[in-house]
Design a protein around this ligand. Structure first.
Ligand code: DAH
Length: 353
């Protein structure tokens, strides 16, 4: 009987016996391997350079030449069998891992990942809150050109070329009598020209001034203009309208006060304040201790302005206002730097959404 020994056993086993034992041990080791790492260790222990099967193979050298081919074939078959068993088991582990992952993926009770949706910019939302209030009272919402003629931006609004108010506006002038509009008031003229009187409208939009950028100033900002022209309109209507607007923006306790002021296109003119929403009027850092926040200018439309658009000041009267959107949005959201509106920082925008 042909015998072969990988070690110095006293009772040498036949090749067949050795391989059968090896296969049996391998089968139970395989069954006890809990992971792909353990399978790899098993591969090394049996098929590696000094693995058990490799040692058996080395011993072939001592066989008679006639026996070598059969013995070699038997060992190769054994090696193939072990490889196959390892591969099967590895595939089973991978399949199990995949199933576990899939099971998690289709867990319908798992909270969904919400898609990153955009939201309206805080300036847009404040603008909408203002125009929305007036729309609900039957006012039209109009927009107009940001590049204006000096006529609409100044002359038609009772600001002649030599008037100091022109200088006060610090305008960006363009060639050919054009200017980046310094306020939304030119739309008072354009709207009455286009639609006649009586008229009730609000105009949201960008305006431009030669201011340098800091925490409180910007060379571009937003206003909403308001205009009501009809027979019998008086200052009380203006105050009621602005009070209603401030209550829609800040809450039902809001009050509005007028401080006498001057604008060439209104007579009388007023600076408009509303009770500080930060402190309810007691005084805080938002309102510099005054209890009031300035939100814009207003007044009764100047007779010269009405005449300019062919409307008789004897028949008609009107009020107008212009409020600053950034100013209002800053107070609404407690923002102390106007530049935050223009930087498009997602964290900032999402916080206010
Ligand atoms: N246009 C003015 C400005 O930008 C604000 C203003 C004041 C608008 C009085 C008006 C008004 O309509 O009646 O400073």
């Amino acid at each position: 009987m042909t015998t072969i020994s990988a070690s110095s056993d006293t009772q040498p086993l036949s090749l067949e016996q050795q391989l059968t034992q090896l296969e049996t041990r391998f089968a139970s080791d395989l069954a006890a391997s809990p992971s792909t790492e353990a399978l790899e260790a098993l591969r090394v222990a049996y098929l590696g350079r000094s693995g058990e099967l490799t040692l058996v193979r080395r011993a072939i050298g001592s066989l008679a030449p006639a026996e070598k081919p059969a013995a070699g074939k038997r060992i190769n078959d054994c090696a193939t069998k072990l490889e196959e068993l390892l591969t099967q088991r590895l595939a089973a582990f991978e399949q199990a891992a995949l199933m576990a992952e899939l099971e998690q993926r289709i867990d319908v009770t798992f909270p969904g990942a919400s898609p990153a949706l955009g939201s309206l910019h805080p300036l847009r939302r404040t603008t909408d809150a203002i125009t929305g209030y007036f729309e609900r009272s039957g006012f039209a919402v109009l927009t107009g050109p940001e590049i204006e003629t000096e006529y609409y931006n100044f002359d038609a609004l009772n600001i002649p070329p030599d008037h100091p108010a022109r200088e006060g506006f610090d305008s960006f002038y363009l060639d050919g009598g054009l200017v980046l509009r310094t306020h939304t008031s030119p739309m008072q003229i354009r709207a009455i020209e286009a639609h006649g009187t009586p008229i009730a409208l609000v105009v949201p939009g960008r305006v431009y001034r030669r201011d340098s950028l800091d925490a409180r100033h910007s060379f571009m900002f937003h206003q909403v203009e308001g205009l009501l022209v009809a027979p019998g309109v008086h200052l009380g209507h203006l105050k009621a309208a602005l009070t209603g607007m401030c209550r829609a923006l800040f809450g039902p306790e809001q009050r509005v006060r007028f401080r006498p002021s001057f604008f060439p296109f209104t007579e009388p003119s007023a600076e408009v304040d509303t009770t500080c929403p930060g402190c309810g009027g007691d005084g805080c850092s938002t309102c510099s201790g005054t209890g009031w926040i300035e939100i814009g200018g207003a007044g009764m439309v100047h007779p010269n302005v009405l005449r300019e658009v062919g409307c008789s000041p004897e028949k008609y009267s009107g009020w107008a206002f212009g409020v600053g959107v950034e100013r209002i949005a800053m107070v609404r959201h407690g923002i102390d730097d106007i530049r935050s509106f223009y930087e498009n920082e997602r964290d900032f925008l999402e916080q206010l959404a």
